[in-house]
Structure formats: structure tokens, C-alpha cells
Design a protein around this ligand. Structure first.
Ligand code: ZN
Length: 150
């Protein structure tokens, strides 16, 4: 609302909910358009975290290829920590409890469990930022988005 009062944005869509001040009320903005384009930073590092590893792997166990809810996922060290495996993008993958337990203290090769894909660092993109922050999307946004949410 402040950006709108400052005439920095146009409101394209609004929610049914009203924002009230003492004398006035306005529909709550849902989709805004910046009047002047702001160049996003071209490259940002994505923080290595549990959430971001799951996001990179689409919440899919990298051994059995099934998708799980966040609470049913674990982080697996491809080369086990006990054998010097680092905490890095290339050594961490998403695994379900069952597969992680089955693999145990072995490498994928030793356990005869192939990785779905080679783990690589996650590159930041504007779409990543939206996906990382937003769990569900309001219907009024859908005509403006190119990314799919599930
Ligand atoms: Zn699994």
C-alpha cells in the first residue's frame, strides 16, 4: 500500500478483503506492477540447507524416485560423514527414511542403490526465490506466473 501511495506501483488485481484506515478503505492488493523495472542481481548463491536440498530434488527421494512430504524426508550424505563425506551440495541428497536406513554407512555403489541424478549446487533464479518462499499460490496470481506449483 505504501508503494502505491508513493505511486511506484500499479495495482492490477485485488483481494476481496478491505484494508481500512480511519476514514477510508481499500481493497487489499493481490498483484502489483512496478512502474520502473528494477534489475535483479544476476547471480546469488543459494544457502546450503535442508530445505534447499529438498527443493533442488523436488521433494523426491534420490534412490526410490518417490515424492514425499517434508516431514518424511531425510538428508543423505552420498559419501557417509563417518568416512569423510563433506556437507556440500554435491554430497547431500534427498532420501526417504526407508532408503536412507537401507543405504546406511555405504556409498550408493556399495549399497547397489543408484542416484536418480548427479547432485549439483542449486543456482539462484527469480523463480527459485518464489518457489522457496511460497507454499501455495492465490488464484488471482496464476495468469501472471510461469512457474507451476503443486
Ligand atoms: Zn526412497
Amino acid at each position: 500500500m505504501i508503494l502505491w501511495f508513493q505511486e511506484k506501483v500499479d495495482i492490477l488485481e485485488s483481494h476481496d478483503v478491505q484494508i481500512r484506515s480511519v476514514r477510508q478503505h481499500f481493497p487489499a492488493p493481490a498483484v502489483l506492477k512496478l512502474r520502473h523495472y528494477i534489475q535483479p542481481k544476476r547471480y546469488r548463491r543459494v544457502r546450503l540447507s535442508r530445505e534447499n536440498i529438498f527443493l533442488r530434488d523436488d521433494h523426491t527421494c534420490q534412490y526410490c524416485a518417490k515424492t514425499f512430504a517434508y516431514k518424511d524426508l531425510t538428508l543423505d550424505h552420498v559419501m557417509p560423514v563417518s568416512r569423510g563425506g563433506p556437507k556440500s551440495w554435491k554430497n547431500l541428497v534427498t532420501a526417504c527414511h526407508k532408503c536412507n536406513h537401507k543405504k546406511g554407512n555405504r556409498t550408493p555403489k556399495e549399497a547397489n542403490m543408484d542416484l536418480l541424478k548427479k547432485p549439483v549446487p542449486l543456482q539462484w533464479t527469480p523463480a527459485f526465490d518464489v518457489k522457496a518462499r511460497i507454499k501455495s499460490v492465490d488464484e488471482v496470481w496464476s495468469p501472471y506466473l510461469t512457474i507451476q506449483f503443486y
